[in-house]
Ligand binder design. Structure first.
Ligand SMILES: Cc1ncc(COP(=O)(O)O)c(C=O)c1O
Length: 458
């Protein structure tokens, strides 16, 4: 029998995270203060994050030690297997070899706890009593709730209203791990009340939920806020995925030609791809593809600009690809990909030609997810299906070209709590959304008054 799962032992788990800030061809531009437009220092972030995480956020050290208590919790499901998708290859009749990192083994079912556990730990040792956060699909909220339970910290989550309604089981998972979860916009915060007044039927957005969670954190001295994606330290915590994958490829004497991940704020994509992006920066020939929905085409159609991370303009201005902080995407079922911005690290690496963005339509992603479920057996999250759709595109291209490409993708989460989305797909209720050009123009208007990063808009 051929080897299907390439496994590592706990002893072989990486002991350090990789910080790509040390190797980026163009250094990151600084975040700016939302009021003054000037670069912010660590002290400006102190009301929101504990100093140990702020240090990681601004660090340019290449390697950052993973503390032992974090490794202990991660070992509940890590190292995660690297799996060869023989059955998918066969169904596609492709000469390509397809591998995936299976991040769905974590208790909440996705890659998100890789950083949730780290953030809960660093907050714990900094004395934080309560962490507030937002969640889109519910994966991040449940991941942080799980991590809070592991380290004895109270967690409060604002969940985008449309997902709160579509995914009651995610909320119940959060409750089971001891967290509180509100539908956002909520009446709990000033930001939420203002938005509800203007539009009581809004489906909500990650931008709004972030505003609520940040407001709740800064108005209580024992609380801090945690973000599940976008920020540098989150990308760094996720690199354990790609670092494990590199060790696993070494074991079987293989190496990917193409690395693929879906990207909402960029964290699972960065986690898998940054260690490979490092090899690319130092000369390796690898194609690295970040996949997003056509309905929220941040990377493929959004300009690179300074923009707020949230709707109510409370967060620092970040240099990133953006559709504008007031953008409310169509209510597609991949809730975790409905975000107006993109990680500054991912955005800069796109500008530098290290990463290639790609947008796929919703129906193609579900078709891909169903193919994956009927071959490899795993029902992937709707977000993950975006990566699978791009994998299938690349595998078909390899067939046309008669090339034995090695494709690696991130199976960022399972879809077992997302079956309502599959139901909507099977009953023909899902549609493709192409964002009209007027929306892009509107996005440009929303960011027009803000300071400009050094690189011209695309
Ligand atoms: C399973 C899964 N994959 C991907 C994402 C997108 O987030 P990110 O781009 O930070 O990986 C999410 C977000 O909720 C998710 O739940």
């Amino acid at each position: 029998m051929e080897v299907k799962k390439i496994l590592l032992t706990e002893d072989e788990m990486p002991r350090q995270w990789y910080n790509i800030a040390a190797d980026m061809p163009t250094p990151l531009q600084p975040p700016l203060h939302p009021g003054t437009g000037q670069p912010i220092g660590p002290e400006d972030l102190a009301p929101i994050f504990p100093m140990n995480l702020i240090e990681q956020e601004v660090s340019t050290e290449r390697w950052i030690d993973i503390p032992e208590p974090v490794l202990e919790v991660l070992s509940i499901w890590r190292p995660a297997p690297l799996v060869r998708a023989y059955a998918l290859e066969k169904a596609l009749d492709t000469p390509a070899k397809i591998y995936y990192k299976n991040e769905s083994y974590s208790p909440p079912g996705s890659h998100k706890p890789n950083t949730a556990v780290a953030q809960a730990y660093f907050n714990k040792i900094a004395g934080t009593k309560r962490i507030t956060t937002e969640t889109g699909a519910g994966q991040w909220g449940s991941a942080l709730s799980f991590a809070g339970a592991m380290f004895g910290i109270e967690i409060v989550v604002w969940m985008v209203k449309i997902s709160y309604q579509q995914k009651p089981y995610r909320r119940l998972m959060m409750n089971t791990w001891g967290a509180t979860c509100y539908a956002s916009p909520s009446t709990q915060t000033e930001a939420g009340r203002k938005i509800l007044e203007k539009d009581p039927d809004t489906p909500g957005s990650l931008g709004i939920a972030i505003s609520e969670a940040v407001e709740a954190a800064v108005s209580d001295e024992n609380s801090k806020y945690a973000l599940g994606s976008v920020l540098n330290h989150v990308m760094t915590h996720q690199t354990i995925i790609g670092l494990e994958a590199q060790k696993q490829f070494e074991k079987v004497g293989d190496y990917p030609d193409i690395v693929i991940g879906c990207a909402g704020g960029g964290s699972n994509f960065a986690g898998l791809s940054f260690p490979f992006a490092r090899d690319k920066i130092f000369g390796k020939d690898i194609k690295i593809i970040a996949v997003e929905p056509t309905s929220c085409p941040t990377m493929t159609r959004g300009p690179f600009a300074y923009d707020f991370g949230d709707t109510v303009q409370m967060t620092p201005l970040l240099p990133m690809h953006t559709l504008g902080h007031d953008f409310i995407p169509a209510p597609i079922h991949a809730g975790g990909l409905r975000y107006h911005g993109m990680a500054p690290m991912v955005s800069q690496l796109i500008l530098d030609g290290i990463i290639e963005p790609r947008a796929v339509h919703q129906l193609e992603t579900f078709e891909a997810g169903v193919t994956f479920a009927r071959t490899e057996g795993i029902i992937a999250a709707p977000e993950t299906n975006h990566a699978i759709a791009a994998v299938i595109q690349e595998a078909k291209k390899a067939k046309e070209e008669g090339k034995e490409k090695v494709i690696l993708f991130n199976m960022s989460g399972h879809g077992l709590v997302d079956m309502a989305a599959y139901d909507a797909y099977f009953s023909g209720k899902l549609h493709d959304y192409e964002l009209p050009e007027e929306e892009i123009e509107r996005a440009l208007r929303a960011i027009e008054p803000l300071p400009k990063p050094k690189v011209a808009a695309k």
